[in-house]
Each structure stands twice: as C-alpha cells, then as structure tokens.
Design a protein around this ligand. Structure first.
Ligand SMILES: [Zn+2]
Ligand SMILES: [Zn+2]
Length: 507
C-alpha cells in the first residue's frame, strides 16, 4: 500500500512540477517507448462531482440497490405466478431506481457533474501500470480512462490531449498505443481524426471495434432464449472450464438438468414473458438509460446498426442529436476500421491484434452461438476471420480462403481461418482466453509484442504462433485438443461434489 501511495504521490509531483520543464527542454533517448493504454469498458461513473461526496451511479451504490429490492421482489413474484404485466412494470421500476441516474441526455451528452472520478484522472491515469504484474509497477505505462457512456469520437479528442501530456512528461516523441475492448473504438477514432504520426505501434486487445452481436441483438430488441439449453450449457463450459471442482460441479449440474429438458422448459417460459413485456421494459427504462449512450452504440455491429436505430428510436425527433453522433462514428470510423488501420500501417505504424476464441458468446441472440471470448465475437475482433459455429468445425473439405502468402492460417482445431481477416500475419488467437483474462503469460506476450523491434508477425517467435491456448494463466501453442470436450455426467457430479466437500473439510 505504502509503495502504491508513494508512487501516486511521485506521479502527482511529477505531473504538477515537471511538465513545463520537460515540455520545453528534455528529450529522452532511451529505447523504452512509453505505452498509452486505453482501458476497456466499465470505469466507475459518479454523479454530484461538484460536491465533496460524489455518489457512484455505476456500479450503483448500496442505497440504490436497497431501494430497488422491494420492486425486484414483486417482479420475481409476478414472474413466478405468471403475471407478466406485473413483471414488466416492476422490473422497469427496479432498473430505473438502480441505474436511472446513469442515463445520458437525449442528445448523447453526459448530464452535468457526472462522469469518471477526476482525481483518479490525475493520479491513477498517469502512473499506474497496465500489464505489469502487481508488484512490477513498471515506469512508462500510462492508463487512459474515460467516461464510457460517451462517443468514442469525443473521447478520442481527450485522448489526444492525454497523449501530448505523456509525450511532454516522458520526453518521447513517439508512443505505443494499446487498447482493450471498448478502448479500441477510441483508438480507431483517434487514428481517423488525427492520423498515426507519433504512434510507433498499436496493440489491439480483444477489440470491440466491430461491435458485439450480443449488443446488436439487444439494441434491435431481439432476445432469443427459447430452446437455448444446449447453447447455455456450451457457454458455461466455455467460461467455467474444468479447472476447479466448483466449476466442474456447476457445469455438470446444469448439464444434467439440461439433459432432462428442464433448462429448455425454463428458458421457453421466460421467452414468453419477454415476448409480452420486452417492448415495455425498453420503453420504460432501457431506451432512456442505455439508448442515450453513444459509447454503447459503438458496440452495435455495422450490420445491425440501421435496424437498431429504428427499433430503439422509431422516428422520435427527441433523439436526432444522438443519432448525429452515432451516425458519425458508424460512417467515419466503424465501417472504415480496416482502411484506417491499413493506412496507419502504410504510414509506418506496426499492428498487433489479439483475440480469444473457442468460448461461445452469450447465447441470447437469434443466430447460432459462434466463437468468441464469452463477450465479443472472434470474427468481429479480427476484422473478418472465418469462424465455425462453436460446436462444429470448418468441415473436412474446407480449404484456406486466401493462400497467396503461402502459410497455413487455419487453426489446429479446424475452426478458424485467419486468412480472411484484415491482418492475418499480425493477428493472434487465444483459445479459452476470456475477455477480461490477463493471465501472467498472456501479459508476457503483450509485453513481447510491445517491445518487439518493428512489426512482429505470427512467425516471428516459435513461442507465439498464430493460435495459442490458455489454461490457468499459462499459454502454449494450440494443439487442437479442447479442454471442454470432456463429458458431463452423474459420475463427474458425484466425484466433484466429493472433492469439494473434502477440500472444505480438510482444507
Ligand atoms: Zn525514455
Ligand atoms: Zn500468411
């Protein structure tokens, strides 16, 4: 703790006193290019930022949750007694109580005195490590945080100021720009607005720049959960794996009740409720809370964008200004992502893309679940790699689509053809690596990619071929064997339950 405090203090001092000095004179000649890391979605959002006691509205504070409990209970009661109308009404009320203060204005701007913690901006952002292990506290990593509700275009403008601060503080004229998940919508917006001059390399981790099929479906008001028992089972296997007795037990129990059709029965029942009440829940809370956030609109895949606009806003003039913002991002950045990155590459900026595969996306969309990192679709993260369904493969007669480079770009499982992606030579795939998993060896890979002199490719290191597999923090070249192929049956449930009991009794 002391160490962290002193680092923060040092950072604040450095920031307050040294900027003008460094900015004018000092040039650093060391070979460690500073890294600006754009974090992913989910920074805490506050209201009452002009007071001494800002209140967290995301995640909602205990007060807001406690206030919503009575309505939540009525909603659940209504659901169980088949009163769909009551469910819709009280679920909307509860969501409004918990998250209502998070909403943006109808024009997609943040209400006054709401946003991320500005103190954090001065301390955390300027000196906290991005990928370094906890006690590693590397110098030279600068985290860029932002209000994730807002347009990536507006956040890219703040990023520009931030990058010029970092250059001034460090005395370097070039930086490496790394981003995780949503951060990549800001990274590509930055490149579109300001070009790639001064950016030595971009590191795109689990990039959301082509959106998520999950959010596309939700924003089109299409939630499809009936007959998804098997898909849900597959999803759980993907995110939980078989690494601990607990996860084995949960997956096996779900698998068992699924085999009796109970999961499908429950999901089909819920689907009927959704069919009756979904429009109302959207009208009474979801549109005004989430539909007003341009940052979330950037998560809608290009192919869903127009339909989502119609579903969410109809023709309501009230939303004209937010549509202007989201249209701009859609037209100038999202649908141009490949061109933007190719132009940066042509101008000398190196590119690294890393994405998970072999984990199903959340199975609530009408389409069949595909490869992802449990949140984002692998195809979207890799700008067009061909992916099989999560339970199938590309087929015994499948031939690599693009062969002109002369390498193999098909995964050992025969599930991914990387050759159709925008950058097959610079895109790495990590089987089983979840969206927010930053295991030690994955971080080492990122560090390797950052520090590699020039453009690393999927053939630069035997240690890091195109297809890797993650297990318990370790990464190894993928072999084609999947950890989730094991059978779930009564025997596993009994064995893992015993293992759990043994563990908790005997330590
Ligand atoms: Zn230096
Ligand atoms: Zn190739």
């Amino acid at each position: 703790m002391k160490r962290i405090l002193s680092l923060i203090l040092a950072a604040v001092l450095a920031f307050t006193f040294c900027v003008p000095v460094f900015a004018k004179s000092k040039k650093c000649r060391c070979s460690m290019t500073p890294v600006v890391y754009i974090v992913g979605f989910g920074d805490a959002i506050y209201k009452d930022l002009d007071t001494d006691e800002p209140v967290s509205v995301f995640p909602p504070e205990g007060d807001a949750i406690a206030k919503a409990v009575p309505d939540l209970l009525v909603a659940v009661g209504s659901l169980l007694t088949g009163n769909n109308d009551g469910f819709g009404k009280f679920a909307s009320k509860a969501v409004n109580i918990m998250l209502g203060s998070l909403a943006c204005n109808a024009d997609g701007t943040a209400p006054e005195n709401t946003g991320i913690d500005p103190m954090g901006k001065l301390t955390d952002t300027h000196k906290m490590p991005a990928f370094a292990p906890e006690d590693g506290m590397d110098e030279g990593y600068y985290k860029f945080r932002y209000d994730w509700r807002l347009s990536p275009i507006d956040n890219a403008k703040l990023l520009r100021e931030y990058i010029s601060d970092v250059k001034a503080i460090t005395g370097h004229s070039e930086i490496v720009l790394a981003a995780h998940s949503q951060g990549n919508t800001i990274l590509t917006s930055y490149l579109q607005l300001y070009g790639s001059k001064g950016i030595e390399k971009v590191i795109c981790l689990s990039p959301a720049y082509q959106g998520l099929s999950l959010i596309g479906s939700l924003f089109k008001k299409e939630v499809s959960i009936s007959h998804k028992g098997d898909a849900l089972e597959e999803y759980l296997k993907g995110i939980m794996g078989f690494e601990s007795a607990q996860s084995q037990l949960i997956v096996s129990v779900v698998s068992l009740i699924n085999s009796y059709g109970i999961v499908d029965f429950a999901l089909n029942y819920l689907q009927k409720v959704l069919d009756d009440e979904l429009d109302r829940v959207f009208d009474e809370c979801l549109i005004d809370i989430f539909g007003t956030m341009p940052g979330l609109w950037a998560f809608v895949p290009p192919e869903d964008y127009e339909a989502a606009k119609t579903a969410m806003f109809g023709g309501d003039k009230k939303y004209d200004d937010i549509i202007k913002k989201t249209d701009y991002y859609y037209k100038k950045v999202q649908t141009k992502t490949t061109d933007i990155l190719k132009k940066a590459k042509a101008n000398g900026t190196d590119i690294v893309i890393a994405a998970g595969y072999n984990i199903s996306t959340i199975p609530v969309t009408p389409a069949q679940a595909t490869h992802g990192d449990y949140l984002i679709d692998t195809e979207n993260m890799t700008l067009g790699a061909t992916c099989s369904t999560i339970t199938g493969d590309l087929g015994i007669n499948y031939k690599q689509a693009e062969k002109s480079c002369g390498h193999n770009h098909i995964s050992p499982e025969n599930t991914i053809d990387a050759s159709t992606g925008a950058f097959p030579e610079y895109t790495w795939f990590f089987s089983g690596n979840g969206h927010n998993d930053f295991g030690e060896e994955y971080c080492e890979f990122i560090e390797w990619a950052i520090r590699y002199k020039g453009q690393p490719t999927v053939r630069s290191s035997k240690q890091y071929p195109q297809f890797m597999a993650e297990s318990e923090g370790k990464i190894n070249p993928a072999t084609g064997k999947s950890a989730v192929d094991e059978r779930c049956d009564e025997e596993i449930i009994i064995t893992s339950a015993f293992a759990l009991i043994k563990e908790s009794v005997f330590g």
